[in-house]
Design a protein around this ligand. Structure first.
Ligand code: MG
Ligand code: MG
Length: 236
């Protein structure tokens, strides 16, 4: 999983370098495919329930699962990129939201708070803690900044499949979660909206947008619970 994580980290850094006004989301997918080929990795996104690309590209009010295509990035946009890779059957999964050129202060503040909420969640991935500690930490940071946390889409355990049980909500789930143990690996992935947490799925059967049209951000890492604390596997 460390090796798969390194490939995902490289997909993140390479796509990040390619983000600029005028670039299409299809071009970002091509950049990510080249990383997979170069590293001898397989894609866990391509063909997943028929998904046609190796990354998800979700601009502005789109939260997750956007399909790369002819969408052209414009100055002032934000774009969420979700990347994944498989090495010898083991999966990595990570996402980030980036600015396209100069963005508004409101957008910048959303990105900063969402990434900070991810790190607050990651910090809870310690032997003996409980899974709901993660969601509570994420929710606290996001709501203190004045934002809402998406309820319908959540993080997950990860290993020889991308999405394993249990799920990892980014909020207090109403009942205590299981206790964390050394060797557990989770994809922690807060999705944070400026407006309400409500979501709408578009007619393409994939793209998920905010119901109120407000801006959204998404940050994710694959993280192992180790004796030394949380180990982020998808960090460059
Ligand atoms: Mg992901
Ligand atoms: Mg994920």
């Amino acid at each position: 999983m460390r090796r798969a994580g390194k490939v995902v980290a490289e997909m993140i850094s390479e796509t990040r370098l390619a983000i600029k006004p005028g670039v299409t989301t299809r071009e970002l997918d091509r950049v990510a495919r080249e990383v997979l080929e170069r590293r001898g990795a397989r894609s866990n996104f391509l063909g997943y329930h028929g998904f046609p690309a190796v990354i998800c590209t979700s601009p502005n009010n789109m939260i997750v699962h956007g399909i790369p295509g002819g969408c052209v990035l414009e100055e002032g946009d934000v774009i969420s990129i979700d990347c994944g890779a498989i090495i010898e059957g083991y999966h990595g999964d990570a996402a980030y939201t980036a600015a396209v050129g100069e963005i508004s202060q409101a957008a910048e503040r959303l990105l900063e708070a969402t990434e900070r909420s991810l790190w607050a969640g990651i910090d809870q991935l310690r032997d003996g803690n409980r899974l709901h500690d993660v969601g509570q930490a994420v929710q606290k940071v996001a709501e203190a900044a004045g934002y809402s946390v998406v309820r319908k889409y959540v993080g997950h355990a990860i290993g020889t499949s991308m999405h394993e049980e249990p799920q990892v909500p980014n909020y207090w789930p109403g009942t205590p979660g299981p206790r964390l143990k050394v060797g557990n690996v989770f994809a922690i992935e807060p999705m944070v909206n400026i407006g309400t947490p409500d979501t709408t799925e578009l007619d393409d059967g994939w793209s998920v947008v905010t119901a109120d049209g407000s801006l959204s951000a998404h940050f994710e890492h694959t993280v192992a619970v180790t004796e030394a604390g949380p180990e982020v596997l998808t960090q460059a």
